[in-house]
Write a protein of this length. Structure first.
Length: 202
C-alpha cells in the first residue's frame, strides 16, 4: 500500500513539473520600462514608442505607421533555441488595441526559424488582419512549431498600410507571451518503474 502511494505521489509531482509553462519572451509586457527584447524594422515614417497606455502594469508599446504601402514590424525573435521542438505546441497571447484608416491594418505572425536563415513555417495568427478596436482585447492562439526550429521561434507584429492617401495604422501592444509546456521526459519511465516496483512487492 505504501509503495502504491509513493508511486502515485511521484507521478503527480512529475506531472506538475511537466505542466509548468516556460515563458520564452523577453520583456513581452514592456515592464522593464523600455523596448529591450524587441527588434524593430521601421518604415520611413513609422514610430515604435513606449507608452503608459497599458492593458496591465505600467507600460505598453505604441506602433504607428503612415508611410503609404509599407509595413513597420516589431518582433520577439529567435526565442527558445534548444527549448522548442519541431511540431511542439506553442501558446501565444497578447493584448492589442488601436485603429486603422484607409486600409491600415495590423498582423500578428508566428515564425519557425532555421539556424542560418529562413523559416520552416510562417503562420498569420487568426488567418488575417487582427480585428482591433479602441479597447484592449486579449488574443490567444495555440500553434504548432514548424519542422525545423533550430533558430527558435519568432512572434512579430506588422503595421501595414495601403497605397491610398491617408492610410495609417496605430496599435498599442501589451502583455505579449510565447510559452511552451516541456515534454514530460522520463514520466513514462517513472510510471513503468513504479509498476515494476509494485509487482515485486506483491
Amino acid at each position: 500500500m505504501k509503495t502504491s502511494m509513493l508511486t502515485v505521489l511521484a507521478l503527480s509531482a512529475a506531472c506538475a513539473t511537466a505542466s509548468a509553462q516556460i515563458e520564452l519572451t523577453n520583456n513581452g509586457g514592456f515592464e522593464a520600462g523600455d523596448l529591450s527584447g524587441w527588434q524593430s524594422f521601421p518604415s520611413a515614417t513609422s514610430t515604435f514608442l513606449l507608452t503608459n497606455d497599458a492593458n496591465s502594469g505600467t507600460f505598453a508599446a505604441e506602433l504607428f505607421n503612415n508611410q503609404l504601402a509599407s509595413g513597420a514590424v516589431i518582433k520577439q525573435a529567435n526565442l527558445g533555441i534548444g527549448q522548442v521542438s519541431p511540431g511542439q505546441i506553442v501558446d501565444i497571447s497578447f493584448a492589442v488595441k488601436g485603429e486603422g484608416a484607409v486600409g491600415g491594418v495590423l498582423f500578428a505572425e508566428f515564425l519557425s526559424e532555421i539556424d542560418g536563415g529562413g523559416v520552416s513555417s510562417a503562420q498569420i495568427l487568426g488567418g488575417g488582419p487582427l480585428a482591433i478596436t479602441s479597447s484592449y482585447q486579449v488574443f490567444n492562439f495555440s500553434v504548432l512549431a514548424g519542422p525545423d526550429v533550430s533558430g527558435g521561434v519568432t512572434l512579430q507584429f506588422a503595421a501595414v498600410t495601403g497605397g491610398a492617401q491617408g492610410s495609417t495604422i496605430v496599435a498599442f501592444i501589451d502583455d505579449a507571451s510565447v510559452s511552451i509546456i516541456p515534454a514530460p521526459a522520463g514520466l513514462a519511465a517513472l510510471g513503468m518503474g513504479g509498476l515494476v516496483l509494485g509487482r515485486r512487492r506483491r
